[in-house]
Design a protein around this ligand. Sequence first.
Ligand code: HEM
Length: 275
Amino acid sequence: MTGTTLARSQILPRSPSTRRVPVIEIRGTVGPVSGGAIVDTSEGPSPDPYGPDIFTEPDGEADTLAKLGPLAAMAGIWRGAKGVDQHPVAGGTGSETFIEHYELQPIDRQTNGPQLFYGLRYHTHIVKPGEVETFHDQVGYWLWEPATETVTLTLAVPRGQVLLAAGPARADASGFEVSAAVGTEVYGILSNPFLERNFKMLDYRIRVSVNTDGTWSYDEEGLMAIPGRDAPFTHRERNTLTRIGPPTPNPLARAARADWSLGIGDLRHQDQRLP
Ligand code: HEM
């Protein structure tokens, strides 16, 4: 992250020569950067892809599982027994293997005015082999925005730390990366004062790969500044998850299926007093 000032993220308009990707407007010296593609914004900001009406919501699909783009293969309940972790310890670097239970359940489509997301609410719980005590716990959402072909990750860990990461992806991609950087007003990292002083997370990225055997894998890196150390520490984890249970369809999808099986779908739409 040296020499880089991240100002704000934008979305490029679709045109024959430009695909919509999240981009970072760079002010100052350009160095390694996270959070999406780098573009030269010297000609000024790109037009807003959402248009001037910030209140009207687009139509969306009831069944989130059918609209998850590159996240579709991750829906469900998963287990990974071969996780590997690299974390900071007093003398340098500690390493452990771990066992992970990762649940990702579809939520109803979400809108911010014209912006439309489909997503998965997740909880991952990690223990060391043979242990009961939590080694790592994490909750949040994986979101897919079809209109801009963007994946967004919200991440909260019970250390008093949250982050919002994003990255570009095609709907049919079998892999993608999202990232966040400290000190930005969008797609950033926020920590409590102790962590900010002692384990300051400068940059975070996670690469997800959907494998041909139905498993999926991740490789994540958090770059931390630790007092007294010459270089940032790389907190890295990797795991491969095998499905142990199906996802539960989102509430709107369940309601639509119940209507269909009872044959009252039309009636419900005609009579708003029905629940
Ligand atoms: C598989 C995932 C992860 C595992 C197994 C893991 C495990 C660990 C371990 C063992 C430590 C050092 C000892 C300790 O204080 O507990 C540590 C430190 C830390 N981790 Fe993680 N971690 C994971 C992911 C994350 C993520 C995603 C974040 C935030 C984005 C995070 C933030 C931190 C921070 C800030 C520290 C430094 C605080 C400290 O050492 O006391 N970790 N982690």
